[in-house]
Design a protein around this ligand. Sequence first.
Ligand code: ADP
Ligand code: F6P
Length: 357
Amino acid sequence: MKKMKTFRRIGVLSSGGDAPGMNAAIRAVTREALRRGVEVMGIMRGYSGLIQGDLRPFSVRDVSNSLNHGGTMLYSDRCPEFKTEEGMASAIATCEKFLIDGIVAIGGDGTFRGAQDLTHHGIPCIGIPATIDNDITSTEYTIGFDTAMNTTLELVDKLRDTCESHARCNVVEVMGRGAGDIALETAVASGATAVAIPELPFDADAAIQKIRASRALGKRTFIVIVSEGMGSDFAPALAKRIEAETGVETKFARFAHIVRGGIPTLRDRLLATRLGKRAVEELFLGNSNLVVCERSGKIVARDINFALTLDRLYKGKAKPEELALYNEAELAEMNEVGDKKRALFQELYDCVDRICL
Ligand code: ADP
Ligand code: F6P
């Protein structure tokens, strides 16, 4: 039987764009490690705090009253210096100074690349996917995605009220970097007339025709949701075009960071707690360079390289030489996960087309 690894202390950090539910993950990591008799250091401001030695000891009570708050009590940062040799050397020196021999890194794919580098430099790391974008393909849900969608939905519902009063259209741009997940799911759930995401072709003429036809039948309110991955000029230009070509007065709204804050939903708190607990379990089993994921309701752990390659394969960017590192079963798993996500996207897109009339 594999012997459990012993730790002096572990560290926990959050990095990249914050996401509601990160606090619940920090809390779970802290409490699971303390329960196992290992001290926990909260690393402030992601990899910046690791480089600068900005750490705080975390007790059971230090993480109290946190799981119901958005943002991250460890704060977050984008830290380009961490990609340099000097930055990594300082980070390793901090780990030695604070007796940290394992780290749980909460964030997105950039954070996982950093965790992978740290693991290669002798500090075992486990990644927890937390980003509102849901753009980590190896997991079906990332922490923060559900809250961001529910906030988006609440805001779109408010726009619908005023659109209905004034018989207007509102084009709404939502965050997601290159991923259309937030836009697509909220479009279905808010009854949007059309949705534009980078993953699927958008037919502006068809959307305009749909608005014209529905207006002729008496429909007063139109919502069109656009993912930011379409480019920053896309949504405002589409709003102008809809007004010009349908005669329906059309407003534009960009929700931006507003949907990244707020009280995490039950789903995000639950996911964060399960992932946080599992991340520590993996560390103590002596595992590293893993990302913990949710698949079909179960928590599974996958190699970070696997997760990053799967993302690239899903986006059609994987090079043959990186795919050559995987065996048949692993490639089959990657293709299956990608196909499942593509099928879901197509199904939801069809819902907007056929049901959101
Ligand atoms: P996210 O984790 O949400 O994708 P970023 O892409 O901004 O956010 O990454 C967060 C941080 O992770 C970066 O600021 C940097 O410190 C670290 N990071 C990102 N990419 C790499 C990389 N290729 N190598 C090492 N560290 C990285
Ligand atoms: O990755 C999360 C995210 O909110 C994206 O949706 C968005 O493109 C980006 O981060 C915004 O980054 P920043 O907070 O640096 O403006």
